[in-house]
Design a protein around this ligand. Structure first.
Ligand code: T46
Length: 326
């Protein structure tokens, strides 16, 4: 089962503690409803259902209770005993809340309004639902028998080749091709129609937008001052924008943004943000001109001889027209 405990940062001083919960920041969905339970009885457990779509976070803001989670394969029990701890209940997870303390106040943040049709209140119906969902999901993308795929967020038509490993939090779009020996951590988003050639590792903090090409053995980093066993509060965010291409064996320093349609030459080391529609290479990579959507370099008049098209208008709209070719 995925990591379901969310730790909320406590802001505190001599007056006491304060926790702030924000949609799409420390709560991974937009909150549409908040409800809470109190005057709960130790001997009267609650729940005994799952939701088809609803996502929720449970926070025991006072006292304590226990929650059993069941994804149809595995069951775990979690104790909620602190207001700085949230329990993420994703859809299609059977839950049973019990052992409430007398002073327990259980607050729930929900991704949608109350809808009885979203409930699966019968355990057998729940198991059947899990099985159907699993079959639908497994048939919608291809996974080589020697790949390990822990996430269930893989878009239709994506292919994942041998010896790849994708962790449970990763989100992969539709029609992607992830070649052999790809490793993808949790806090990674890959858009649609992305090609990742062999030997590429995508670490926490990396976003790859739609239609990006990543050449073989490209090296990403996510920490500018790495030390063994010491982790930054947050990893640097690296973004590869739509339609950008990264040549073979490129190294990209943490925190860089590579603009739309940009083209990075093989073996380069990218040390800074790369503007859209530009070509860069070398170590460190330097500006070498503008590129067409087809990938060819434009001439001095910003014309593509291959597509027989001028790009003057598109490029004059960018804020990077003063770049000097090196
Ligand atoms: C869940 C766990 C953690 C409403 O009318 N509006 C609401 O927003 C809610 C949450 C409930 N109701 C009605 C439905 C029932 O007639 O209130 C009654 C009690 O609800 P239920 O028996 O579902 O309560 P629990 O404690 O078993 O489950 C609740 C939530 O319903 C459920 O979504 O995940 O807490």
């Amino acid at each position: 089962m995925k990591n379901y405990i969310v730790d909320f940062p406590i802001m505190g001083d001599e007056r006491g503690s304060l926790i702030s919960l924000e949609s799409l920041k420390n709560i991974p969905f937009e909150v549409k409803r908040v409800y809470y339970m109190y005057d709960l009885k130790t001997s009267l457990p609650r729940g005994f259902h799952a939701h088809k779509n609803l996502q929720q976070i449970l926070v025991c803001v006072n006292g304590f209770c226990k929650v059993v989670l069941d994804d149809g394969i595995e069951k775990v029990e979690v104790e909620l005993d602190s207001p700085d701890k949230g329990l993420l209940l994703e859809n299609v997870i059977w839950r049973e809340m019990h052992s409430f303390s007398d002073d327990c106040v259980l607050m729930v943040l929900a991704s949608d309004y109350y809808d009885e049709n979203d409930y699966l209140r019968d355990y057998e119906e729940f198991i059947e639902y899990v099985q159907t969902k699993k079959n639908q999901h497994n048939n919608s993308f291809f996974k080589h028998e020697k790949a390990i795929v822990e996430t269930d967020q893989i878009g239709e038509g994506t292919t994942i080749w041998a010896f790849s490993h994708i962790l449970s939090g990763a989100k992969i779009g539709e029609n992607c091709n992830l070649n052999d020996f790809t490793f993808i951590e949790n806090d990674v988003v890959v858009g649609n129609n992305v090609t990742v050639k062999s030997g590429v590792h995508l670490w926490d903090g990396i976003t790859i937008e739609d239609n990006v090409f990543i050449g073989p053995s490209t090296v990403f980093t996510n920490d500018l001052r790495p030390r063994s066993k010491r982790y930054p509060a947050e990893f640097e965010r690296t973004v590869i924008k739509k339609f950008a291409s990264i040549g073979a064996n490129v190294t990209i320093l943490a925190g860089s943004t590579i603009g739309e349609y940009a083209m990075i030459g093989a073996g380069s080391v990218v040390t800074k943000d790369i503007p859209p529609r530009t070509q860069w290479y070398g170590n460190p990579a330097v500006f070498k001109g503008y590129v067409c959507e087809c990938g060819k370099k434009l001439d001095d008049n910003l014309y593509c001889f291959s597509c027989k098209e001028s790009h003057k208008d598109k490029i004059s709209l960018l804020n990077n027209t003063g770049l000097e070719e090196q």
